[in-house]
Design a protein around this ligand. Sequence first.
Ligand code: ATP
Ligand code: MG
Length: 570
Amino acid sequence: MRMSQLYAPTLREVPAEAEIKSHQYMLRAGLMRKSTAGIYAYLPLGQRVLQKVQQIVREEMNAEGGQELLLPILQPAELWKETGRWEDYGEEMFKVKDRHKRDFCLGPTHEEIITALIRSDVRSYKQLPLLLYQIQNKYRDEIRPRFGVIRGREFVMKDLYSFDQDEDSLERSYQRMYNAYERIFRRCGLDTVPVEADSGAIGGDTSHEFMVLADSGEAAIVHCPACGYAANVEKAPCPEVPIEEGERHSSEEVHTPSVGTIEEVCSFLSVEPQQCIKTILYMADGKPLAVLVRGDHTLNELKLQKELQCSELEMADSHTIAEITGAPVGFAGPLNLPIPIMADYAAAAVTDAVVGANKEDYHVRHVSIPKDCSLWKTADLRECQEGDPCPRCGAGLDTARGTEVGQVFKLGTKYSTPLQATFLDQNGKERPLLMGCYGIGVSRTMAAIIEQHCDEDGIIWPVSTAPYSVTIVPVNYKDEKQRAAADELYTRLEDSGIDVLLDDRLERPGVKFKDADLIGFPYRVTIGPKSLQENKVELTHRASKAVELVDIGEVVDLLLSKLASEQPLT
Ligand code: ATP
Ligand code: MG
C-alpha cells in the first residue's frame, strides 16, 4: 500500500474527549472516528488491526474444534421472553419494532438465538459436543460508554457456545476454551491475568475473566503475591471471623446530631470504622431484610443475592425504611428491629460496636452484635479487600484494577431448560443440553493492546496485530535515486509476503517519521541520500528505537527473520 493513497487521517492534537492512551492514539493515528457516543467507524488501518485480531481468534477457535457460523443481529422478542431476559436484561438492550409492531432487539449476546437453533436440529448425544462461534457486532446501550472502543454501545465480539452431554464433557470444552484464550491473548501480545469470576446471581457455577491489568480498568481484582490466586473482588470469598470477647461495657444511647457518615461517627465518638456497623435495609422478593456490615467493609450484593436465593433484590426506599425503623434514613440499627437480620461474618463478630438507634440523631454504643442482636443468619456478604487473607494460602491479598477482555462461563442448563433444548442420551433418555459460553471483546482487545504497547510518540504494535509490519520512508521521494530504491524494496518486501506500507508522500521527513511512530509500525526502513550512496538503508525498530545500517540487498531476509522471531509461539 502507498501512503499517498491510504485513507489514514492522522491528528497532531490530542482529542479532548479521549482520556486514556488507547482512545487518544486510535483517533490520532487515524484508526477510527467517532460516529456518536460509543459508536465508531473503523478506518482502513483500524480495520486491518481488527482483522488481524479476528484471524488469531479464528485460528485458535478452529484449532479447538470450533465451527464458525453467523447468527442474526436482529432477534425476535419471543425467544427472550421464553428465558425471561426480555425484561431482566434491562435498559442495556436496544429494542426495536418492525412495521407490524412486533418487538425485536439488537443482539447484546446470543444464548437465546443459538439455543433455539440447536433445539430444532440436535437430537442425539452422537452430535455432541458441539462448539459454534461467530465474530460479529454486539449492541448494548451502556449507561456510560467510555474510553473509546473499550466500552462501546456497538462493538465486535467473538462468542462461542458449547453444547455437551454431561459435566465431564462440559469441563473439557471449558478447558479447551480457557487454554485457547491464553494462546489468543499471548499471540496478540497481551499480558492477561485469568481471574475467578462470579457467574451471576442465578445459574452457572464456574467462570473466569481474562483481565488486562490497568489503572483505568473498571473491574477490581484481588490477587495473592504468594500463591498466584486471582479473583474478581465480587467473587473472592471472605472468611468467617472468630468472636473475641473484650472488656464488656453496658450499651448506651448517645445523641449524635448531624453525624451521618462513618467518618463522622468515628470522629464524634472516637471509634474506629471497624467498630461501626452499617445497617442496610433491602427488599428481597418483596420481603424486608436488614443486612449488617462493618464500617470499613463494602456489602457485595451478588453474594447477598446468592445467599438469599432470591430473584429480585433492591435497597428499601426511604418510606419503607422510616416505616420499619421509625426513624429517617441514616439511623437504622439492629436492636429491636422487627425484620430478619443478616450479618456479614466480620460484622457478626464485633463485640463493642456503634450502631444506629432507630431514632433520629441517635446512635447506640458498646453493642455486642453476637450477644445483643438476634441475628437470623451470618454469611460472607462483603467484598474482599486489600490485606484480606488469600482463600487458598492465607497470605495477604493485593488489589489491582483490570479491563476484562474475555470471559469463559459454564452455563449448565440455564438456557437449555427454559428453551427446551434437549437430546437423547446413550440410554435413549431425554436430557437438557449442558452449555457454556465464551466471549472475547475483539474491538476492546485492540484497544487493550495499545494500552500495553505505546510510548509518548504513539503506538508500538506487536508484529502479530500491526496494520503493516514495515514502513518504507524515503527522505525525499522526489529524488530519483531514492524513489527507485524505495519502489524496488517495496516490491521485494511485498513479494516476500510482508505487510508493507510505502510512504511516498511529498512531505517533510519529520512529518513522515512522526506519523510512522504514531501509527506504530514495528519496523521502519529509512532511505536517505547519504547511506544510499553506499547501498545501505537505516532499519529502525519501533519498540527499542534501535537503528542499524543494513545493505539494501539484505533487508528482506533480515526483516523476514526479525518478524518471524517476534511472533509469539503458540
Ligand atoms: P463488562 O463487565 O466489561 O461490561 P461483560 O461481562 O458484560 O463486560 P460479556 O457479556 O462477558 O461482557 O462479553 C464478553 C466480552 O465482550 C467481554 O469480555 C468484553 O471484552 C467485551 N465487551 C463487553 N461489553 C463491551 C462493551 N460495551 N464494549 C466493548 N467490549 C465489550
Ligand atoms: Mg463478562
